[in-house]
Write a protein that binds this ligand. Sequence first.
Ligand code: CA
Length: 389
Amino acid sequence: MKITAVKSHVLGCDMPEELGYSQQYYARRSAHLVEVTTDEGVTGWGECFGPGTIALANKGIVEKVIAPMVLGADPIDRDVLWHKVYNLMRDHGQKGMPLQALSGVDIALWDIAGKVAGLPIHKLIGGAHRTRVPVYGYGMMLKRESVADHVARFADEAAAIKGMGFAATKMKLGLGAKEDVKLAAAVRRGVGDKFDFMADANHCYTTSDAFYVGRALDELDAYWFEEPVAPEDLDGYRELRAGLRVNISGGEAEFNRWGWRAILENRGLDIAQPEVCALGGISEYLRVLALCHAHHTPVINHVWGSAIAVATNLQLLAAMPPLPGGLFPREPMLEFDTTENIFRDQLLAEPLDIQRQVAASGGFVSIPDGPGIGVEPDRAFIERYSVAE
Ligand code: CA
C-alpha cells in the first residue's frame, strides 16, 4: 500500500457571537483536517491544532513540507514516517507549528491502519479500559461586558452546564486576578457545593497573581487550576504546585516527548493535558502518555477542534490505562466545548451527538467502535466551509 496524496482542508465560518479567553476575543470558528489517500482506496483523516491564519500556515507545512517526504511510502509504517519527518524538520522547529502539522498527518495514518485492520484505534493500541467516558463541559467564556455582567452570567451558565448533565464544568479566567476571584466564586455558587469545577487562565498570570487566584480556588474547592502561568515558566509551575492545594494542570502548549520530559521532571503538574493534534499525533501521544504515567502524573487530554479531534480523543481515552488503578478510580474525562461549534456538531455523516448522549446517560459518551478513529466526515460539508485551496 502506498500514500498517493496528503491534503489539508482548512474550514472556517463566522460564529454567532464573539467569545474570548485571557489572550484574545475571536469571532471566527475554524478547523484544519488532513486527508491522506492511498493507492488501495483507503482514506485516513486527521486534524491539526491551530485556528485561523495558524491553520493556513500549517496547511503549507502539511502539503509543501511533509507531503513530499511521505508520498509513495507505506502508510502503515507510521512510526517510521514520524521519525523521518521529525528528523528532517528538527533543525527548523522542534515545537509549535511543524509538530501541529505532523500531528494531523500521523492521526490520518492511524485512521488508515485501523481501517486496514478493520479495528478501532483503541484496539490497535491495546484495547478499551472503559467503554464510555465522563464528559466535562466548558463554557463561561469572556465577553466585552462589565465584571458585574460576567459574574451574573458565569453563575447562570455554570448552573446551565450542570443542568445539561455534564460531569463537571470549566470556566475561563482573565479579567485580572481580583476580578477573576469574583468569577470563580460565582461559578461555585452556580453549581453548588458538590459539583466539580475547574478554572482555565490560558497562562495570563504572573506567579504572584496566580498564587492570589489559586488561594481563592483552594477555598472554593476547585478541581484544577489550568495553565496559571506561561508554559515556559517551569519554575512558576513547580512553586504553584508546591504552594497550593488545588490541582495544577497544563501542557496543551507543549510538544513531543522531549518537551514533556522537561515539564514532568520539573514536578510542576498534578494533571497533564497533552494535545494529540499538536504534540505530534497519536504515535507521539502514546510516548508522552507513558512518560506521564512513569512520573505517576494522571492525564486528562486537552481537546479542541472538530469532530475528528473529538473522535480521536475518544479512542485515546478508551485506551488509557488506569493510574494508579483501584475499585473507584478518578476516570479521565473528555473535554467538551459547550459553545456552538458546527465543525464538531455537523461535520460527520453520522454525528456523535455528544450533548444528547450526556443528557441521556448522566454525563457520559460512548467510544466509537468503527474502524480507525471510528467516524467519517461529510465531504459536501467540508467543501461548503473550505476557506483555502
Ligand atoms: Ca486550556
